[in-house]
Design a protein around this ligand. Sequence first.
Ligand SMILES: [Mn+2]
Length: 337
Amino acid sequence: MVSFIQAEQCEGFDLIGDIHGCGTTLIALLEKLGYRHEQGSYRHPRRVAIFLGDLIDRGPTIRLALQVVRRMVDAGAARVVMGNHEVHALRHCLDDSGRVVTPREPHNARILHETLQQFSGCPREWADYLHWFLRMPLCLEYDGCRVVHACWDESLLRPFLQRYPDGRIDQHFLAAARQVGSFEQRTLDRVTRGVHLPLPQGRAIRSADGSIRHTFRAHFWAIDPITYGDVVFQPDPLPRDLEARALGEYERQRLVHYGPDERPLFIGHYWCEGIPALPAANIACLDYSAVRCGRLVAYRFDGHAALSADRLVWLSPGDEISELEKNSDIRSSAGNF
Ligand SMILES: [Mn+2]
């Protein structure tokens, strides 16, 4: 028996990637994993779900997604870590005294557009969720595995966990994180957004969502990376010449490394595409762009140090209809919104 399982008194964890307001798909995936709606919450008799953050923004059923996850967490049937979209909502919708505000800059309002729209008739419920986001831990660490939204950076998370042993930030931490370069800002940014490397001067890439980017997302599991192409981890490819470009000392110093002998790590965040697979033997990325007609992906973890792609379970768009039709209770609870 692995001690993380003893800690949670369950047979294993079902880790679930970025939901982004795909509430009905989430319900269908939980059904597929054997969770049932009982006593006000989805739950599994022998397993605990762990959500990897980014519950909100972009999708059609954000309130439903939040309601399902929150009830599971409150019932002890699930855990959740904070994603960069929850951080973004906290930064732009809560002021330093904890009052709810409307985001001012158009860019920030655009990211939150669907969320604010779907909560427009229920400001109290939105305020309540914002304060709940603040209580989400940044990471979870068990003897058998680690969980974080984007990047496990030991150099920041070890001192962070010494100061905040339950992994939870607070209003003061959030206020301090407004100062660029502070420990709080670097920690929040690194664990929920990962490492971004700047493109060379004058170069930019256009993302699938139409935005122009001057940085790219770098991963943290390459052993002795030589080129930009060895560390890029995002659906938008780098132009050929940049892919072949050698990493300089500046870039190398910014990279983080999670070694192959570290315990299994579960992350979301990176908008992967295609058939889910493992990027490294001890790392599973479970964000497969559910809200962009990709897949909502789970990993059924039973404590084995060697991860296996066989343990990945997912739903593609449209699958939820047939899954939901199997159970009328689910259909009626999904219809509450
Ligand atoms: Mn995300």
